[in-house]
Design a binder for this molecule. Structure first.
Ligand code: PRT
Ligand code: ZN
Length: 225
């Protein structure tokens, strides 16, 4: 890991987690001066800087040592953790704290007209998802022999297009499933935004900064409970 004397946190640049991630860090007493391109924000109150990125890049940035921490959905973190493990490697990042916002669940949904009678019924189906590792893991655990169709977006229309029989996607209110004549059959993962960090704490000034930030964060999270 590269030596740095400032801690670097990656958060989502624009999306569902952006505002609440910024809000949480400011409640921890962090103030930033944003640069003109707004990808990098310099920390003014403490030597802790921000990097604004796509959520999917956050685990990789921690793994490469570009960032020390990140705020990301557990769904993204676990998916990437499983894909690292599938390569026979140990992930260099992990979940440090659950943050209590961005709640959703990763679920399998089937056409509304089907009666759901249990996992065995999913055998032989084509299931569309952007989470092939989490789905594959769950299918193996439940001994379901289904085919995974990997799509990067618009997963919910796959059954109507005829490219899949069921889907495995994030659900929060359930409105998207209803709009696509689907219903939830099984929950694979309960998700929320989490603070992710390197598996090994940096052995320099950043280690102390990390401790300080975690203490402040725990205080903020406790008040929110
Ligand atoms: O651009 P970038 O790659 O950074 O963003 P993104 O488009 O990949 O992510 P974004 O901003 O959509 O979501 C970021 C994170 O928010 C996700 O990884 C989840 O951890 C969390 N989150 C919480 C959700 C939802 N709720 C959610 N409802 N992410 C996506 N959805 C989508 C879902 O995929 C489906 O299309 O909303 C639809 C379902 O919502 P309901 O309310 O109709 O059930
Ligand atoms: Zn994304």
């Amino acid at each position: 890991m590269k030596n740095r004397d400032r801690l670097r946190i990656a958060i989502q640049k624009s999306g569902r987690l952006s505002d609440q991630s910024q809000d949480l860090l400011s409640k921890c007493g962090l103030k930033f001066r944003s640069s003109r391109d707004k990808l990098f924000c310099f920390g003014e109150s403490l030597p802790i800087d921000l990097l604004l990125v796509r959520d999917d890049d956050i685990p990789g940035l921690i793994e490469q040592g570009v960032c020390d921490l990140g705020v990301v959905g557990r769904n993204v973190l676990r998916e990437q953790e499983l894909s690292v493990r599938a390569r026979g490697e140990a992930p260099l990042f992990g979940e440090l704290r659950a943050l209590g916002f961005g709640r959703c669940r990763l679920s399998i949904a089937i056409p509304q007209e089907l009666e759901y009678e249990g996992v065995a019924q999913l055998s032989g189906l084509r299931i569309a998802t952007s989470y092939p590792s989490l789905l594959g893991d769950w299918l193996r655990e439940n001994q379901v022999d289904a085919r995974t169709v990997v799509l990067s977006g618009s997963v919910e229309i796959a059954p109507r297009l005829g490219t899949a029989d069921a889907i495995c996607d994030l659900v929060s209110s359930g409105a998207t499933l209803v709009a696509n004549q689907l219903k939830e059959a099984a929950i694979l993962l309960e998700s929320e935004a989490v603070l992710a960090g390197a598996s090994v704490t940096p052995d320099d000034e950043r280690g102390e900064l990390l401790e300080l930030l975690l203490r402040r964060l725990d205080g903020v999270l406790q008040v929110r409970e």
